[in-house]
Design a protein around this ligand. Structure first.
Ligand code: ADP
Length: 699
């Protein structure tokens, strides 16, 4: 539906101008025009009436002068009959309009004619019926008539006089052309009718067209009236001569009077049409001036609505709209900033995700629909280059078909998410590496399908090698414990059977029972030490720490080992820096650590040695150093020295010593518990030098 709101500015201007012009036309045509026409008719009628009155007046004056001459001559004829001829000639000479003067006496059949030489040859056909009595002089008759050739209008004045008892008539013929023209040639443009008539007939007329109207107007017509004839309106202006029974009738078509009105209205219409065209052109120009920047603005705002904030809003060169332009530009700048911030955020998020993925310990790769890799993190890239030695891994499936990879524990799960199908493929891969190592990996292959179309996959490989090794170590550990316990257990069972079954001497019984006891103790030590290590390793027990004077502890441990030292003829040199600080530690565990190191120092070396025990401080740690000058430990054995149940087998001298292989592992765990450290320096010159570093700061 078309409403004002849906119309463009241009159309609104056109419609407004059209309406305004139409209403103006209607008002002018139906309200102003009739009034104006009437006033024009009135005015012009008055003018014509005045012209008619003037013509009447001058005509009457002329007729009166001819009447006067006629009367004078009649009088002269009566008083000076002999001089009549001279008087007649004189009057003709004085009044050039007089054509002829004729004196007749019907019974005598005598005629005296004096003719103006200017009008020789004119004859007049007078009609006896047409003589009209002069209103102020009953003896004078007047007749208005054309000459016989109808070239001239004549006014004839006839007067009767008596001379010597005889009746005479003097008739004066005067040229009334001028008078007639004053009625018939009015200063009116166009066709109109003007006649001079008696009661019986028309004497003069300018054109025959209006005869009928003039006749119709008669006899009632005395003054102004309007009449309709031939489908037209006419204005009839009539006036009577005052001296003779003639009247002047002027018939003018109303349209003639209205010609200027029509012209005026035609010009007004043309002017209005001109105004309309100008206003419309102006309106078009103005609306164009307004709509052009508006259209430009709309176009640019449309760009904003399509989320393209990059193009600045152009300046609008129209003060009324420039504010809108600048406001929208300000909005655009804000939106552009927000968009940029958003894009930056997205890029940042993407970068962050890639960063996470790249630095993930797991191997992660994304594939394209054709299976090629669109992304892989560092860990995956390393695996890929490792595998590339045997066969290239270009696509996703190359991984599972790779000769170095065998798989197990496979499972497949499918989930539907809207129009997408997500397939999660899990399996465990065993990867043989080029340098002989192997890796256990758990593969997660998440593939997305839309219908039959494969969109891509996310491959995640989690390294299970450590877990598998721990499991392996645990199994091995169990085997070691079982193995370690089996020997003393077998001796306990064996010797106990001996005692029960064999007839043994008291001495033998004592000897075997002692072996059983030692084996039991060994088993006990083994189990207890193992549990000690486990407890520390698993952090299941919270040992209370306190301020400890390590010099005191070390000295008391040394004192407690005096019997063993004496037995092996060893010398122990104990030295401690003065004013050593205390440390925040578990006293018993510190004692255990020192005891283990010193026991090993005594055990793993020949007799007659010196063992040096030193306590000193570096910047942050307090150090307990034992140098034993004993058998030492080979470099390859040092690597596994702190592994549970590890015992050096390369050196036959150490193999002979009784031990659990748990001592150093225990010391290592004690140091871990105190955030300290154990280190070993071993050369043939010094044997072994173990250093325990315990942090001084309270922790
Ligand atoms: P064990 O109970 O066997 O002594 P440890 O864990 O204390 O267990 O020691 C592990 C191994 O390290 C020992 O079996 C021994 O071979 C070697 N070892 C430890 N201390 C010394 C040392 N001071 N000199 C030489 N070898 C040592």
């Amino acid at each position: 539906m078309i409403t004002v709101a849906t119309l463009s500015l241009q159309k609104r201007i056109f419609i407004s101008v059209g309406l305004f012009v139409s209403i103006t036309l209607v008002v002018v045509w139906y309200v102003i025009r009739p009034k104006y026409e009437q006033s024009v008719i009135n005015e012009r009628t008055t003018i014509v009436q005045q012209i008619q009155q003037y013509a009447l007046q001058t005509s009457e004056e002329k007729i009166q002068s001819w009447v006067n001459i006629t009367r004078y001559l009649a009088h002269e004829a009566q008083t000076h009959p002999n001089e009549l001829d001279i008087a007649m000639r004189q009057n003709i000479a004085l009044s050039p309009s007089i054509i002829q003067i004729v004196i007749t006496s019907p019974p005598l059949n005598d005629t005296l004619t004096v003719t103006n030489t200017d009008y020789l040859g004119f004859t007049f056909l007078l009609s006896d019926d047409e003589w009209k009595m002069h209103k102020h002089d009953s003896t004078t008759l007047v007749q208005m008539v054309y000459d016989s050739l109808r070239t001239m209008v004549i006014v004839a004045v006839k007067k009767e006089f008596i001379l010597a008892s005889k009746h005479f008539f003097i008739t004066t013929f005067a040229n009334a052309n001028e008078m007639s023209e004053s009625f018939t040639k009015l200063p009116i443009e166009g066709r109109y009718g003007s006649i001079v008539r008696s009661q019986q007939k028309i004497i003069v007329h300018n054109t025959a067209d209006f005869d009928q109207i003039a006749w119709e107007a008669y006899p009632n017509i005395t003054s102004l009236r309007t009449t309709d004839a031939y489908g037209k309106q006419y204005i009839v202006i009539a006036s009577e001569f005052s001296t003779i029974p003639y009247s002047s009738i002027i018939v003018i078509p109303a349209s003639l009077f209205l010609q200027p009105v029509e012209r005026l209205f035609t010009y007004s219409l043309l002017f209005l049409a001109g105004v309309m065209v100008v206003v419309m052109l102006l309106g078009w120009y103005v609306s164009h001036q307004i709509s052009k920047p508006v259209e430009q603005l709309v176009h640019e705002v449309e760009q904003l609505s399509s989320l393209d904030f990059s193009k600045p809003i152009s300046a609008i060169h129209l003060p009324e709209l420039s504010k809108i332009g600048t406001t929208i530009e300000a909005m655009r700048l804000i939106l552009e900033r927000y968009q940029r911030m958003n894009v930056e955020k997205i890029i940042f998020e993407e970068w962050k995700n890639k960063f996470f993925l790249s630095h993930s310990q797991d191997m992660i790769a994304l594939t394209n629909p054709d299976g090629t890799f669109s992304f892989m993190n560092d860990a995956f890239a390393r695996l890929r280059s490792e595998l590339a030695y045997t066969a290239p891994v270009v696509k996703r499936d190359d991984l599972r078909r790779h000769p170095n990879i065998s798989s197990s524990k496979e499972s497949v799960r499918t989930e539907q998410s809207g129009t997408f199908t997500v397939t999660i493929h899990q399996q465990e891969l065993f990867v043989k590496q080029t340098h002989g190592n192997h890796q256990y990996l758990r593969l997660h292959d998440v593939s997305i399908m839309k219908g039959d179309e494969h969109l891509g996959s996310l491959l995640t490989l989690h390294d299970l090698t450590t877990d598998r090794l721990i499991e392996q170590t645990k199994t091995e550990m169990m085997n070691v414990i079982v193995h370690e316990l089996r020997t003393p257990l077998n001796s306990i069972i064996g010797y106990a059977s001996f005692i029960l079954e064999e007839a043994l001497t008291e001495e033998e019984k004592k000897e075997y029972t002692t072996i059983i006891l030692e084996s039991g103790n060994h088993m006990n030590t083994l189990v207890n030490r193992f549990l000690d290590v486990q407890r520390l390793e698993s952090h299941t027990v919270d040992y209370p720490k306190e301020q400890c004077d390590l010099v005191d502890i070390a000295r008391s441990v040394c004192d407690s080992l005096q019997p063993q030292l004496t037995q092996k003829k060893l010398t122990l040199n104990f030295s401690a820096e003065t004013n050593l600080p205390t440390v925040f530690a578990v006293k018993d565990l510190m004692r255990e650590a020192f005891l283990n190191l010193l026991s090993n120092a005594i055990k793993y070396g020949d007799e007659h040695r010196t063992i040096e025990v030193e306590l000193k401080k570096n910047n942050t740690h307090l150090q307990f150093i034992v140098t034993d000058f004993g058998y030492g430990i080979a470099a390859e054995d040092q690597k596994k020295l702190y592994t549970k149940f590890y015992r050096v087998t390369s050196n036959p001298k150490t193999v002979g010593q009784v031990g659990t292989g748990l001592g150093l592992a225990y010391v290592k765990e004690i140091m871990n518990y105190h955030r300290g450290d154990i280190s070993l320096e071993s050369t043939p010159e010094i044997g072994c030098r173990f250093t325990l570093s315990i942090p001084i700061l309270h922790t």
